[in-house]
Write a protein that binds this ligand. Structure first.
Ligand code: GLY
Length: 380
């Protein structure tokens, strides 16, 4: 069997080449987007959500800029990312429109800024976001509330990607209260979202007074009981991070179990995820963003398991990234997408700015860049 070092050695020229294409393309795209808040491409052009700053995806572009800054040290990447972060203050201090995705929003802006530059104001913003996320915990129910309005009992699998903000906040403050809330939510997710076969629900509706499961609504996948591919990816990447922050083995086991299920599904579909692993056979709807997120999670599993296990996850990640690159990668500089074939939701409903397999979603592009950066780091 091939070793991890040999695999990385064999892939090194591919990884370098892919990074050069990413960097070359983003250097052009940045000239237009600058410090904008793109969400999805339509006819090859990213839109801008600055008219709706509380939207959960509004700092993914800043995240891309921070990755580029980390790799190249070019100042304009940092300056644009910091400008986006400052613009988000109206949402952070406005409070009313905030939701559980404060994790995504301030991990990719303020935490990245603080980790790369030591900026104290960024640390304070991220700590405030962590306090807001903590306050969404329903202690009687044992979960973090996802959305606002009449959804008091709703928790969603995506939140596994928000709780790293709580673990980070505990490290910063040397105060385990944040971590306890993260663990409470991860335990609830492990016990009620992860099915025995390794697939996961998108949404679970709990009784807010006691945490009993009431329902598992459909969410962004094909149906209740189906298997929304991006949700499975959030779960893999979220659980492995929960393990890395807490050392709790059961989170790593959960990440592996979900990964085994997803890798088995993907081995049948050529490694680009469908929108839902249980969508009707006649549907050809894809979601490249699910693949990019999953690749990041698999790479982190590979880093977390003993030597003999690593290759399964790393090879899986590389197979996915190469399939995304060749089947969904857009390297024409006149189109701003990195990965097309992204899908917002199987049933987009009234969501007017949805992409249905025919454009890029900024988080798909972000995680593709992050995954290639992770592989570059592993090659060192
Ligand atoms: N967090 C919502 C989504 O993945 O579309």
């Amino acid at each position: 069997m091939i070793t991890v070092n040999k695999l990385l050695q064999n892939q090194s020229s591919y990884i370098e080449d892919c990074w050069e294409r990413i960097e070359g393309k983003l250097a052009v795209t940045i000239e237009r987007i600058k410090d904008g808040m793109p969400h999805s491409t339509f006819d090859g052009v990213y839109d801008d959500w600055q008219d709706q700053k509380s939207w959960w995806t509004n700092t993914f572009w800043a995240g891309i800029l921070w990755l580029l800054y980390r790799e190249t040290k070019q100042e304009h990447y940092k300056e644009y990312a910091q400008s986006i972060e400052a613009k988000m203050d109206e949402v952070l201090y406005g409070y009313d429109k905030l939701h559980h995705d404060v994790g995504f929003m301030w991990l990719l802006s303020s935490v990245m800024n603080y980790e790369l530059t030591g900026n104290e104001q960024s640390k304070q913003r991220a700590m405030l976001a962590a306090n807001i996320l903590s306050a969404r915990a329903n202690i009687a129910g044992g979960y973090i509330r996802a959305w606002n309005g009449d959804k008091e009992g709703w928790a969603i699998i995506d939140c596994m990607m928000n709780i790293p903000l709580l673990f980070w906040a505990s490290k910063m403050s040397k105060d385990d209260r944040f971590k306890h809330i993260g663990i409470m939510h991860a335990d609830k997710t492990m016990n009620h979202f992860v099915r025995e076969d390794g697939s996961v629900h998108h949404i679970v509706s709990f009784d807010p007074s006691n945490g009993e499961v009431l329902d598992t609504p459909r969410g962004q996948g094909y149906d209740s009981g189906s298997s929304w591919s991006r949700g499975q990816s959030w779960a893999v990447y979220g659980f492995v991070q929960a393990y890395q922050w807490t050392g709790k083995q059961e989170y790593l086991h959960s990440a592996k179990r979900i990964a085994h299920y997803v890798l088995t599904c993907l081995s049948q579909t050529g490694y680009v995820p469908p929108c839902d692993y249980r969508q009707p056979a006649e549907s050809s709807l894809l979601d490249s963003s699910a693949g990019a997120i999953l690749a990041c999670g698999l790479i982190e599993i590979a880093k977390s398991v003993p030597e003999a296990e690593k290759i399964l996850y790393l090879q899986g990640a590389i197979s996915i990234l190469k399939a995304l690159d060749t089947q969904c990668g857009v390297w024409d500089l006149s189109d701003e997408a990195l990965l097309t074939n992204a899908t917002s939701a199987y049933h987009p409903g009234a969501f007017k700015r949805a992409v249905i397999g025919n454009g890029a979603l900024i988080y798909g592009d972000y995680y593709f860049v992050e995954a290639i950066c992770k592989l570059k780091e592993m090659m060192k």
